[in-house]
Write a new protein. Structure first.
Lengths: 111, 111
């Protein structure tokens, strides 16, 4: 079945440095929708980015990601991390029944 | 302002008791979902509802059932709760599987 892999469980970095979170997926569908959700402490997940267009960069709130179907990847990047970016980030894949989520990557940004 | 509500927000039950978690949405979305979130396991889909009385099992339906009698309302029922059902439960709704809006969550503890 469909699956999403996030290789980092925890990412710690200093404010101002770049951050990249890895996301790869497996699906039988040739046109998947990929998403990044962000969940701050004691809050619910909310949509950060979405894409279904191959090789097109999508941006929101300083974050960006590009769907690469050739490598089944949808990595999340930001050029300069802020303290407020500390959160749990989920990559997700849309399929007929709903969303399949990765296990999540916790990002901790320190001053 | 689009909104998904969940009641109660916190609940403590004893093993063997019945549990009712309620979810509402004001966006007239056809599709609604129940997830549970556990540390290290991410978000796991319990049930999905495509509309009134049109429900489908997700990835982990065992021990749960759902009810949807009105489009704006979706209930999750635990008959005879077990300690391993202690978790945070999120309801979500969406016009399609391409984007989901999450409620604030219910933290359930089964003693």
């Amino acid at each position: 079945g469909d699956s999403v892999t996030q290789t980092e469980g925890l990412v710690t970095l200093t404010e101002g440095l770049p951050v990249m979170l890895n996301c790869t997926y497996q699906t039988i569908y040739s046109n998947p929708f990929l998403f990044w959700y962000v969940q701050h402490l004691n809050e619910s997940p909310r949509l950060l980015l979405k894409s279904f267009t191959d090789n097109k960069r999508t941006e929101h709130q300083g974050f960006h990601a590009t769907l690469h179907k050739s490598s089944s990847s949808f990595h999340l990047q930001k050029s300069s991390a802020q303290l407020s970016d500390s959160a749990l980030y989920y990559c997700a894949l849309s399929y007929a029944q709903g969303l399949t989520f990765g296990l999540g990557t916790r990002v901790s940004v320190f001053p | 302002d689009m909104k998904v509500t969940q009641m109660p927000r916190y609940l403590i039950k004893r093993m063997g008791e019945n549990v009712l978690l309620e979810c509402g949405q004001d966006m007239s979305h056809e599709t609604m979902y129940w997830y549970r979130q556990d540390p290290g396991l991410g978000l796991q889909l319990i049930y999905i509802s495509y509309d009134v009385d049109s429900n489908s099992e997700g990835d982990i339906p065992k021990g749960y059932r759902v009810s949807r009698k009105k489009r704006e309302h979706f209930s999750l029922i635990l008959d005879s709760a077990k300690t391993n059902q202690t978790s945070v439960y999120f309801c979500a709704s969406g016009a399609s599987s391409y984007e989901q809006y999450f409620g604030p969550g219910t933290r359930l503890t089964v003693l």
